[in-house]
Design a protein around this ligand. Structure first.
Ligand SMILES: Cc1cc2nc3c(=O)[nH]c(=O)nc-3n(C[C@H](O)[C@H](O)[C@H](O)COP(=O)(O)O)c2cc1C
Length: 188
């Protein structure tokens, strides 16, 4: 049987440890990961981690150049289970909302929406302006899942790593991928 494909888009918002964790967890699953990163993501990776963009690419099964708008993930006929943009900058959020598909990441998100596949946006900015909130609202109305990296304290996280893992668990849970130590609420 063919492996299910999942597109992972990484943009220049803050949250690279989350993106790295998502790729590491996906590597342990049967999913085939298709990665596309923006130029700003590469800058933020260097700022927020000890990894290089190449390290990120090595965690994926297939990594694309963001300028390669003729790549497989640019077409709806290339079947995928959906796309996760993690982290998702406010610029990319605006691009997806307006259908401004000027690079491969934006095009792949546009395709995911038009094919009615799961599009999960780990949108990150603080505070949020009315423009950001409007873009999130409109994308939510189109069916995208807006899943910002928001902390929940009910699992009593003891470290930044534990908070990061909880967010990764929530993001992958949308695709029914269980990371193992994701803490679910089972009532008081
Ligand atoms: C270290 C760093 C952190 C950033 N964090 C954010 C952020 O959390 N949210 C955001 O929308 N933009 C953030 N930016 C700005 C974006 O990288 C910038 O708007 C960029 O143009 C986004 O382009 P992209 O969507 O093509 O990746 C950050 C930039 C840097 C260098």
């Amino acid at each position: 049987m063919e492996r299910q494909r999942l597109i992972v888009g990484i943009t220049g918002a803050s949250g690279m440890p989350i993106a790295a964790g998502v790729l590491r967890h996906l590597k342990k699953t049967d999913y085939e990961t298709h990665l596309v990163m923006t130029r700003s993501a590469e800058i933020t990776i260097r700022q927020e981690t000890d990894m290089t963009p190449e390290d990120f690419r090595n965690l994926a099964d297939i990594a694309y150049d963001n300028d390669d708008i003729g790549a497989a993930i640019a077409s709806g006929s290339f079947k995928t289970a959906g796309m996760l943009v993690v982290p998702c900058s406010m610029k990319t959020l605006a691009g997806i909302n307006s259908g401004f598909s000027e690079d491969l990441l934006l095009r792949a998100a546009d395709v995911t929406l038009k094919e009615r596949r799961k599009l999960v946006l780990c949108a990150r900015e603080c505070p949020l302006s009315s423009v950001h909130l409007r873009n999130m609202y409109e994308l939510s109305m189109m069916g995208a899942v807006i899943l910002p990296p928001m902390l929940g304290y009910y699992s009593r996280p003891s470290s930044v790593e534990a908070c990061t893992e909880q967010i990764i668990g929530k993001l992958l849970d949308v695709f029914d991928i269980d990371i193992g130590d994701y803490k679910r609420w089972n009532g008081i």
